[in-house]
Design a protein around this ligand. Structure first.
Ligand code: CP3
Length: 370
């Protein structure tokens, strides 16, 4: 039994009393309690690979803020790690791989991720589900996730984070056949990985296509979108009698919403470069009443209480002026509040309390005045 099912309802455009809220990277370094657990674990990977610690940090933001969903604490790069690429996190330097894919020979040797090496993730999912129970009921639903095949390929080929993913894009333009072979392996790996997360207890799935927006028009559809569609076509859409919503986030994808609406997702997540009202109108134009997630600029959280509240109010006023998803729906239904990208590690934790209060208050007031 779910105590709070606003998030799941909003994913399917159903009526809710207030707009559900969660934040990308809600468990992270801006929280002192996260840093304390990370210190106990010794490192980021020590944290992510230990189900008890992963559960502890997943629950931390829920104890501080009135959030409507939990997200599995892990990382998208666990999947290429389980392909044998050797994931490392050097302190202060971000992730890197010991064995990036640079040559045809590297690609020939690549194999689908071994799900046995990802047991710590599935164990974390079931442990988090148990940790979410309070007085016999589950506080909020749990979101599982994966990187998109293209976004994973960016890290697998370049070997670390990058401004332009020069090696990945060079392979794409010079040897698209090689990139497509990597993508095929990533598609099978991501589909298996997300399916196992659902079996372990994930109640919604999000695909992070963080670097889809680096691609030229045409290449995005061919290399990122088509691969996500193939993943989604293999995913379970129902588990234990409940529908599993699928959220797709392409950072910089606002210009491609009408294409993104075709791949079988239930929710499209937006960064801050497109307004929610414009996104809603574009989707209704093509008769795709999908829910939207987003899209406040995370840097707004560095301004003051009044500015944060004003920006939240503007976001909701904009959406309130757009058409509703259907009859007997408020314009605000079918929206999940989130940031347009992950919360910054330098965010003052009190700003998130201000944000949450503003979301709750404004989204209730607007719904009351329908
Ligand atoms: O949202 C959540 O709270 C769940 C946890 C989560 C993490 N990474 C934890 C993390 C999720 C959903 C991710 C996804 C992820 N990881 C993405 C896609 C989403 C996005 O932000 O675009 C990407 C591209 C990665 C790869 C990755 N992991 C990078 C580039 C970095 C270093 C950058 C940074 O912020 O330091 C990470 C590390 C990482 N993953 C941290 C966390 C909390 C910080 C590591 C630490 O504690 O030292």
């Amino acid at each position: 039994m779910l105590l709070n099912d606003r998030f799941l309802k909003a994913c399917f455009g159903e009526v809710v009393d207030q707009t559900p809220l969660w934040l990308m990277r809600q468990a992270g370094r801006y929280l002192p309690e996260y840093n304390a657990t990370r210190a106990k674990a010794g490192s980021f990977l020590g944290l992510a690979k230990n189900p008890a610690y992963a559960t502890e940090v997943t629950l931390q933001p829920l104890d501080r803020y009135p959030l409507d969903a939990a997200i599995l604490f892990s990382d998208i790069l666990t999947v290429p790690d389980a392909m044998g690429l050797g994931l490392q996190f050097a302190t202060g330097e971000g992730p890197s791989f010991q064995h990036p894919l640079r040559t045809e020979d590297d690609v020939n040797k690549l194999r689908t991720a071994d799900m046995n090496q990802l047991h710590y993730v599935f164990d974390a999912v079931s442990e988090i589900r148990k940790g979410l129970i309070q007085d016999g009921r589950q506080r909020v639903p749990l979101i599982g996730f994966s990187g998109s095949p293209w976004t994973l390929a960016c890290y697998m080929i370049d070997g670390s984070g990058s401004d332009d993913f020069r090696h990945a894009k060079t392979m794409m333009f010079a040897r698209p056949d090689l990139l497509e072979r990597i993508l095929e392996i990533n598609i099978q790996s991501v589909a298996a990985y997300l399916t196992e997360q659902v079996k372990a207890g994930a109640q919604a799935l999000m695909i992070f296509d963080t670097w889809g927006g680096l691609l030229p028009n045409g290449w995005y559809q061919r290399m990122s979108l088509a691969a996500m569609q193939k993943v989604i076509s293999q995913l379970p859409r129902k588990h234990e009698g409940r529908k599993i919503p699928i959220i797709v986030f392409t950072k910089g994808g606002g210009i491609w919403l009408k294409d993104m609406a075709q791949i079988g997702a239930d929710v499209l997540a937006l960064d801050w470069t497109i307004s929610l009202s414009r996104a809603r109108k574009e989707l209704l134009e093509i008769n795709k009443p999908l829910a939207l997630q987003g899209n406040l600029d995370p840097l707004v959280l560095f301004s003051g209480t009044k500015q944060i509240t004003d920006q939240v109010n503007n976001l909701f006023d904009d959406l309130a002026g757009a058409p509703a998803l259907g009859p007997n729906r408020h314009s605000l239904d079918g929206h999940i509040f989130n940031l347009g990208h992950g919360i910054s590690q330098f965010t003052p934790p009190d700003s998130v309390s201000v944000l949450a209060s503003a979301v709750i208050e404004k989204s209730r007031v607007l719904r009351a005045s329908r």
